[in-house]
Ligand binder design. Structure first.
Ligand SMILES: [Mg+2]
Length: 213
């Protein structure tokens, strides 16, 4: 089984959208795939469309399997901050890793694990998505990034966070809402490709990249 760690240059850049769509496509190709969200926080009115629920819909698993129910924090702050503000117990990256439900096994099986926020956003009392990627020995890190203004800086900083944190995974940058008709999008793509980044612009391309490696 390979582990695909899904992160983003910031919060709300499309991680869950990419996760849902990519899991859909992988399953359509017959890949056994699990979706995992080790902890999630959200505004109370988001219940019903939380990340775990969206990912569960794609992977065909119960939302409580995607994210254990006691790691659902109905407060839009980083999960460890939300836990603290709600008067709930503190937790560590090791706690989250130990609680990740087993998924399909076998060499072709995958699990897609979504972090929270950006690479350095707190995910537990003692770590972030970089720490999680290292703890899970992720095979691939998918970094979702905006396609427009500011993306080169954001991608360079976020990818450096993973390499500085000792994550040796293959990295794929997913340009969110990429529009080939936009000159800036094309130029950003070209610049990042010249920088040596592996880039995808659609979930179908990402799924192909995950299957072929
Ligand atoms: Mg998300």
């Amino acid at each position: 089984m390979s582990t695909v760690l899904l992160s983003g240059t910031a919060t709300d850049v499309g991680k869950t959208w990419w996760g849902r769509a990519t899991v859909d496509i992988l399953r359509a190709h017959g890949v056994a795939v699990a979706a995992r969200k080790p902890a999630q926080s959200y505004a109370p009115d988001e219940l019903g469309t939380t990340d775990a629920e969206i990912l569960a819909h794609a992977s065909g698993e119960p939302a409580e399997t995607v994210c254990p129910r006691h790691r659902w924090y109905p407060l839009p702050m980083a999960p460890p901050m939300a836990a603290d503000a709600l008067g709930l117990p503190s937790f560590t990256i090791a706690d989250l890793v130990a609680e990740i439900a087993p998924g399909p096994t076998g060499p072709a099986a995958m699990r897609v694990v979504e972090g929270a926020g950006g690479p350095r956003s707190p995910l537990a009392a003692d770590g972030d998505t970089v720490t999680l990627a290292r703890a899970l020995e992720a095979d691939v890190v998918v970094l979702v990034a905006p396609a427009g203004l500011g993306t080169i800086n954001a991608v360079r900083l976020a990818t450096a966070a993973f390499s500085d944190g000792g994550v040796g995974a293959r990295l794929v940058v997913a340009l969110n809402r990429y529009d080939a008709a936009e000159d800036l999008h094309r130029r950003n793509h070209g610049w990042l490709a010249a920088d040596g980044f592996a880039l995808v612009t659609t979930p179908a391309e990402l799924a192909t990249s995950l299957i072929e490696h």
